[in-house]
Design a binder for this molecule. Structure first.
Ligand code: ADE
Ligand code: ZN
Length: 363
């Protein structure tokens, strides 16, 4: 069996995927037409597709530290076409179909409510659309769960208000995440929101993006302090605790999104290992902006240190690589074997936050 056939057929999970980052040129065009919104400089779908291909490419020698801000500018500007329940429903349904086509059976996806409420779209509109799509996901063989992300470049008050407003949906959301521009926006700024998330019974995660200012301190805080005390596996009443990756520290996040810079410091590698946390990596996105030589050796080092990692697509509409292409690209870049790729999907099952992954399914 070829590597490509193996990866295509492998049942997969995805746990680092921003639903707004799946907004294709086609869907953006359709929403823009339906909502009478002009896309600057664009008169046709073909033109828009061309923009997607050229806007966001790493060029050798460009200032790689700015990649996150540059990406986010495009990401937020593009989503202004999403206005109605139907828009959010179709956005999510489009990706559910993509997941089905890639044999992604389990999906924990982020959404960014403040990116919409700040434009006058209500949380109810967003939630109704996303939850309708979630209700239909099983028709496509996909288990889908939502992770609410707060935007770290907005205020702590706005974050807390968002988490408060989400209370009516607390049983329909599984976790609180933290994303957007990390520069001078440490996870500690949002401790109150994460404490509230714990009260809702949500899991907790935080982006610690690659090569950001103070990244090592952000990782340390997220791993050891974010969200205060967590429930022990016993208190969580997990049926088969051994099937889950159960964090070992009394407090801190339940996993880390990205966090690749732990590879720079032995003490952080040790800490994450001791905490028994997994990392959701998106290496094809990083290598696009930072260059492969600054990414693949670190991914390999983290894996060889014994820390569970998963491979994810992050924002596939912009970063171009799908989950399947990510696995293939990383396997080539890191020279990973079939067995290691299989192991990353098994890690993903252990890192899942709900029991509806079919653990008994034979891989
Ligand atoms: N929002 C969407 N994608 C993101 C990423 N990779 N990092 C931070 N915020 C994001
Ligand atoms: Zn992300």
């Amino acid at each position: 069996m070829s590597f490509s056939d193996f990866v295509t057929e492998l049942p997969k999970c995805e746990q680092h995927l921003h639903i707004e980052g799946t907004l294709t040129a086609e869907r953006r065009w359709l929403c823009a037409q339906a909502n009478n919104i002009e896309i600057p400089g664009v008169k046709s779908l073909e033109q828009l597709k061309g923009q997607y291909l050229t806007e966001y490419l790493y060029e050798e020698g460009q200032d790689a530290t700015k990649y996150l801000q540059e990406f986010l500018e495009i990401y937020y500007a593009s989503m202004n076409v999403l206005l109605t329940e139907d828009d959010f429903y179709h956005l999510a349904l489009d990706y559910i179909k993509v997941a089905q086509a890639q044999n992604i059976r389990y999906l924990e996806a982020f959404f960014d409510p403040q990116a919409h409420t700040s434009r006058g779209v209500s949380l109810d509109t967003v939630m109704n659309g996303l939850l309708k799509a979630q209700g239909e996901a099983s028709n496509y063989g996909v288990q889908l769960h939502w992770v609410l992300c707060i935007l770290r470049d907005m205020s702590a008050e706005s974050a807390l208000e968002t988490v408060r407003r989400a209370e009516p949906y607390k049983n329909k959301i599984i976790a609180l995440g933290l994303d957007s521009d990390e520069h001078d926006n440490p996870p500690s700024k949002f401790q109150e929101s994460f404490l509230m998330a714990r009260k809702y019974g949500w899991k907790i995660t935080s982006h610690c993006d690659v090569d950001q200012k103070n990244t090592h301190e952000h990782i340390r805080y997220a791993v050891t302090e974010l969200g205060g005390k967590r429930l022990s596996p016993k208190q969580c009443e997990l049926e088969n605790p051994e099937l889950y990756l159960t964090p070992q520290l009394e407090s801190g996040a339940d996993r880390i999104d990205h966090g690749m810079n732990i590879a720079d410091k032995e003490e952080l590698l040790q800490l994450v290992k001791k905490a028994n946390l997994g990392l959701t990596l998106c290496p094809m996105g990083y290598q696009k902006h930072l260059g492969p030589q600054n990414v693949f050796p670190k991914v390999k080092k983290i894996h060889q240190f014994g820390i569970p990692i998963t491979l994810n697509s992050d924002d596939p509409a912009y970063l171009v690589y799908s989950k399947t292409e990510t696995i293939l690209g990383v396997a080539e870049g890191c020279q990973f074997s079939f067995k290691e790729i299989y192991e990353f999907e098994k890690n993903a099952i252990k890192m899942a936050w709900t029991p509806d992954v079919d653990f008994k399914r034979k891989f």
